[in-house]
Design a binder for this molecule. Structure first.
Ligand SMILES: Nc1ncnc2c1ncn2[C@@H]1O[C@H](COP(=O)(O)OP(=O)(O)OP(=O)(O)O)[C@@H](O)[C@H]1O
Ligand SMILES: [Mg+2]
Length: 375
């Protein structure tokens, strides 16, 4: 049954994804509350209430949910106890079943393999001996990723033939990890799929993404890709959403290998950095789509009406207290600036993004990069 405005949506997490979801929810006339460890989180200026608590605080999750009609997430790392406590008061979408699959990288890979999804060669690593074995069988180029926690390349390391494996395993905290074979990528793409409680499902065309130092640097939508890659990628995302009985939105990160194979990298059942361009390219942004999906409203149109690109603004731009030249960047026609309202620009921290439109992916990206270079 549809949850209509002015009902209240609760979000577990109040970072930039929560902030932009809150803005979309506001436009639709919903109330909005978030739970976040930081009372001054990015979403703070947009929401009716911040419940300041850790993501494993079951009591606080219940306190949030008591005043909400539906609960969603902007970060996967929410403790099962907190999800359960919230679900006593309001439906949690996506549900604990989805988070159970994605929260542990190893479990996620096993689940994807069991669904028949193509993934790269990997091995579980619990010790230095395991890592040595993985380096022999899958290496020398390896990406070792802790099973729990980690985003933007944190909790993962890249190894080659010269790496010291004991030091590498120790630097991950000697935790359980997966060692993935380093793959020869032609490019990276992602697909966003939305599914509502009633079962209605819709899929955006793939975005093409470029990472630097394991952090997303830029993304274009729709990505320029061979039609058979687009078809396969969309079908994979739809199949995953159905198998998970998703309620909400899910980004599927994929690798297109130099040999033409298309593999799933990882799943994110929430708004995704690589779909920020939906705000400019599509009739329905990913944030509005999330609101529609979790409130069981008809899903919005996704076919791009033009191309758009985003360039991430990382904390390094603010080094030594300098203020980036936003005015100069905004002189580039067709650009928009999104800042996340974060205080404390640390190196590697996502502070905002610049977006631009164009008649082609290339043109949109050129404008976004030109604007970013002026900062
Ligand atoms: N097995 C691999 N082979 C080649 N490149 C890889 C591999 N694994 C990861 N990468 C590179 O590192 C990036 C980040 O990896 P991954 O998506 O696993 O980490 P993450 O910390 O979850 O990042 P994010 O939060 O940005 O999604 C990938 O997008 C890709 O550029
Ligand atoms: Mg990733």
């Amino acid at each position: 049954m549809a949850i209509l405005p002015p009902a209240t949506i609760g979000i577990l997490g109040g970072g930039q994804l929560g902030r932009m979801t809150a803005l979309a929810a506001r436009s639709l006339g919903y109330g909005i509350q978030v739970l976040d460890p930081d009372p001054n989180c990015s979403a703070r200026p947009i929401v009716d209430r911040v419940v300041a608590a850790q993501f494993d605080d079951a009591h606080a999750a219940a306190v949030l949910a008591r005043e909400c009609d539906v609960i969603t997430i902007e970060i996967e790392q929410i403790a099962p106890s907190a999800l359960h406590a919230a679900s006593e008061y309001a439906p949690v979408r996506p549900g604990a079943n989805v988070l159970h699959v994605v929260q542990d990288r190893g479990r996620q890979k096993e689940w994807l393999a069991a669904q028949g999804m193509p993934i790269g060669p990997y091995a579980f690593v619990d010790s230095v001996a395991d890592l040595q074995r993985a380096a022999r069988t899958l290496g020398p180029s390896l990406f070792v990723k802790a099973c729990h926690g980690g985003y933007d390349g944190r909790s993962q390391i890249r190894l080659d033939a010269t790496s010291h494996l004991d030091a590498a395993f120790a630097s991950l905290g000697s935790r359980q990890a997966v060692a993935e074979q380093g793959l020869s990528l032609a490019l990276e793409l992602s697909v966003l799929v939305a599914r509502r409680v009633s079962g209605e499902t819709i899929v955006y065309p793939p975005a093409v993404n470029h990472h630097e130092q394991q952090i997303l640097a830029w993304s274009v939508l729709p990505g320029e890709l061979p039609p058979d890659v687009v078809r396969k990628a969309k079908q994979m995302a739809l199949d995953i959403a159905h198998a998970l009985e998703l309620e909400g939105i899910l980004a599927v990160e994929m690798f297109l290998l130099q040999n033409g194979h298309l593999l799933v990298n990882e799943l994110a059942p929430r708004p995704h950095n690589s779909f920020h361009a939906t705000e400019l390219a599509c009739p329905t942004s990913q944030f509005e789509q999330l609101v529609r999906a979790v409130c069981d409203l008809p899903l919005g149109s996704v076919e791009p009406t033009r191309s758009a690109a985003i360039v991430n603004l990382i904390g390094d731009l603010w080094a030594d207290g300098r203020v980036p030249d936003f005015a100069s960047a905004l002189k580039v026609p067709g650009t928009r600036l999104f800042l996340y309202g974060k205080t404390g620009a640390r190196a590697g921290r996502k502070m905002g993004h610049l977006a631009a439109i164009g008649t082609s992916a290339g043109e949109a990206l050129e404008s976004a990069r030109l604007a970013a270079a002026r900062l």
